[in-house]
Design a protein around this ligand. Sequence first.
Ligand SMILES: Cc1ncc(COP(=O)(O)O)c(C=O)c1O
Length: 402
Amino acid sequence: MSGRVARRCTAVPQSVTVALNDRVKELRARGTEVLDIGGGDPGFDTPGHISAAASDALFAGFTHYTASRGLPELRQAISEKLRRDNGVEAAPDTQILVTPSSKHALFTALMATLDPGDEVLVPTPSWGSYRSMARLAGAVPVCVELSARDAFTVTRSRLEEHVSPRTKVLVLNTPNNPTGRVLGAPEADTIAAFAAEHDLLIITDEIYEKILFSGEHLSMAARPDCADRTVTVNGFSKGYAMPGWRLGYAAGPPDIISAMLAVHQHTVACAGSFVQTGGVAALRGPQGPLREAVRAYAARAGLVTRRLNELVGVVCPAPAGTFYAFADISGTGIPDGDEFAERLLAEAAVAVTPGSAFGPGGRGHIRVSFTAGPRVLEEALARLAAFVRDRAPGRPAPSTRM
Ligand SMILES: Cc1ncc(COP(=O)(O)O)c(C=O)c1O
């Protein structure tokens, strides 16, 4: 039967990171000790007070549907958090939607705003799901390729090169996966002016907001004249180490949140009830565990960038946030990021993510994640260093396939 699978699905490539994960599992099943520094799952367990709150709710029978927009108490806590931390005003009853994951908030926002053929500007390198979700929504992702040469800064001219009368949405991510950059104030002002001029909606993904080592986190919705055109997406997976809970949220203008509610009601109805209770505990409870995790990530960021920059042919800027370092490996004996990652896994049993997974601008790079603890990280970096040294230009190729 032809056409059995919808075109919207065949247009979406398989996730590079999922494929990498499968390969890691396959090698492990064959007995190879693979060190995985490629993934995005925080290495910490969810703080106990959050799990306790959810577990108490679960055992108390809080196992029914909640209000579709989300538990009123959680929406209130999110609204307070947005005002306190971000300078963003969002009314709990009309401007906030609690979703099962920030990924789902992003998808719902795109489904609610895009018509077939609309174009979405996606600065790259960035998380591959933005492009795939835009395609699933029937829209056309248009990559705005940023360059390592100017520190992946979003500039007016780069945006102007890609905007068209069909452009409707601009997707931003700060702090950025994979580069670890945070949006600067002049850049945010440039984007705000550009969005106003072309009447664009901004969907901003701020999931790594709390994992910040230097600089300041800026929310686009707090920039002058941006509130009415910005949907802010955030979640609990990264900072609060709750990826398996699947809890996120969106805040934005009431008409867009209402449209998102329609998508949400007919797909998931609401986020998990006791999971949302955990979300309230995360936002309102002690923030010490989060601060401790960020201190650990900051130390690891220093270790990773130091070790990578010691290697001939590797350049790795210090990330300002996230738990990723994005290294330019184009000066090594294996200048192509895909080949580098593939051979590093096959020959040294270390998994990193090739930069091409993050779209144009990512070639010649690898993303190293420092979610793993110091022991794994040290060993993985030592293997990576030996791999680069042994394959330096001009050296005979070693034959160490695993
Ligand atoms: C930039 C970015 N946004 C969103 C997500 C997904 O977050 P969640 O677990 O809330 O769906 C990820 C996960 O890797 C991410 O890197």
